[in-house]
Design a protein around this ligand. Structure first.
Ligand code: F0G
Length: 458
């Protein structure tokens, strides 16, 4: 196979910090073993998130200079709105400064106690917004999606039978909408098939429930459909994305991902009445209708980002880079969630550190050691992020204990990727020394962002 080359060259470089293990031990302790408290100047390769960390193109930077900073009716807004409408086909586009602002507006309007919001898998902020409004956020992931060692094409899919059962149990009148996350971040960046989008829509249609896509990685999802789903090989990424959106009644979007920009988002709705209410909230909380919470130059960068993200050569490298890292780890026997998904490689902490029980956060222990070994920062997606307690106070673990290494778009080279692979392999070789962790301090909602931890026995 020929080497996959980056379909771009580098115009500006940014130094990255090189630190010693001794220094990292201090930095990590000072950060209470929470990667969100680490300073980026102490991080060598930052795989905390692929959100807002994209390297923009020269055309996007040029767009920033060309932004029209008018408060109302900005030319930059209409450019943004045009491309979003062209891709999604939705009637009302409501710009927000990032994805969770769109979620906040939507769930302020539709969620309250007694309401249930189903999804294939909710992302943490989506779940947070739903639960904060007093409603119930319920995941309906296909069973295979919870088995990290099984290879399958569309492990992000909704289990439509579970969804139907949930609707009948809770009553369609208590389900104002259903989310579908493409790709499914919580389940390992795994794609959702077009067939599954259609099937989900058809169940919802029976009950008159609208379908809202959480679309922040829509282009990566479209690429997987092209590569894996019969009938899509000769379609363009744009055509596939358009078809995906055609089955939905709206979308929330964090454009910090597949908008290829450092900030931005939107809420899109076909329902005019709901959109009118959303616009009121937008003005109260984010800003005017033609900028949301963004500068207008951000809208220029986004308008160009939405063009570039649909280029197949970009997506081939993007997905290829993640696959390359995953394959290196598999060759060395490091357990990862298979197959690799759209934006990250996920270490399977259950198999990585089987001696640490879920309530002692095996994933967090793995990611701390990975940082100590290499300065690579990652994030836990397991009991720390999603763990709950039953009425008696016993820990309830989520189905998987993962460590996500999210790859920023167009930022790191193949040598960086090799360095990350070596760091994971070294961490795996030292796995018997990994220790369980305990909580020192936590918040009620979205605790993983601000949690403070220490090792058990310290
Ligand atoms: N939905 C999904 C599937 C996401 O992955 C994110 C963010 C959001 C919604 C919220 O968007 O950050 O712009 O407010 N995910 C980032 C991550 C933070 O690291 O996965 P936001």
């Amino acid at each position: 196979m020929k080497t996959l080359i980056e379909p771009f060259k580098i115009k500006t470089v940014e130094e990255i910090p090189i630190t010693t293990r001794e220094q990292r031990e201090k930095y990590l302790k000072d950060a209470f073993y929470n990667p969100f408290f680490l300073r980026s100047e102490h991080v060598t390769i930052d795989l905390l998130t692929d959100s807002g960390t994209t390297a923009m193109s020269s055309k996007q930077w040029a767009g920033l200079m060309d932004g029209d900073e008018a408060y109302a009716g900005s030319r930059s807004y209409y450019k943004f709105e045009n491309i979003v409408k062209e891709i999604t086909g939705f009637k009302n586009i409501i710009p927000t400064h990032q994805g969770r602002a769109a979620e906040k507006i939507l769930f302020t309007l539709v969620a309250k106690p007694g309401i249930t919001i189903p999804s294939n898998s909710h992302f943490d902020t989506t779940r947070g917004n739903i639960e904060y409004a007093g409603a119930d956020a319920v995941d309906n992931l296909v069973d295979v999606g919870m088995q990290p060692e099984i290879e399958a094409d569309f492990k992000g899919n909704m289990d439509v039978e579970k969804l139907r059962k949930l609707i009948l149990e809770r009553g369609p009148q208590n389900i104002p909408l259903c989310m579908l996350t493409v790709t499914n971040n919580t389940a390992g960046g795994q794609p959702v098939s077009m067939q599954n989008i259609r099937d989900t829509k058809s169940v919802l249609k029976e009950f008159g429930i609208p379908l809202i896509l959480d679309a922040c990685r829509f282009a990566e999802n479209a690429y997987f459909i092209k590569k894996r789903e019969p009938g899509y090989q000769n379609k363009t990424i744009k055509e596939i994305a358009q078809e995906m959106f055609s089955y939905a009644d709206g979308a929330t979007m964090s454009a910090k991902k597949d908008g290829l920009s450092n900030t931005g988002g939107f809420l899109a709705l076909n329902n005019d009445e709901l959109a009118e209410q959303a616009k009121v909230l937008l003005i109260i909380t984010e800003g005017f209708l033609t900028y949301g919470g963004m500068t207008r130059r951000d809208l220029e960068a986004l308008a160009q980002g939405f063009v570039e993200v649909l280029e197949e050569s970009y997506l081939e490298l993007r997905i290829g880079q993640i696959q390359y890292l995953g394959n290196k780890l598999l060759e060395a026997g490091v357990p990862i969630l298979q197959p690799t998904g759209g934006h990250a490689v996920y270490l399977d902490a259950k198999r990585f550190a089987p001696h640490i029980p879920p309530h002692q956060f095996p994933g967090q222990s793995v990611l701390c050691e990975l940082y100590l070994v290499s300065g690579v920062r990652s994030v836990e997606i397991g009991s720390l992020m999603f763990g709950k307690e039953d009425a008696a106070g016993n820990p309830l673990a989520p189905p998987m204990e993962l460590v996500r290494m999210a790859i920023p778009r167009r930022v790191y080279t193949q040598a960086h990727t090799d360095y990350v692979a070596e760091a994971c392999i070294e961490t795996y070789q030292n796995r018997s020394k990994l220790r369980g962790m305990k909580i020192v301090h936590e918040a009620k909602y979205l605790r993983h962002f601000t949690i403070k931890l220490d090792y058990v026995g310290n």
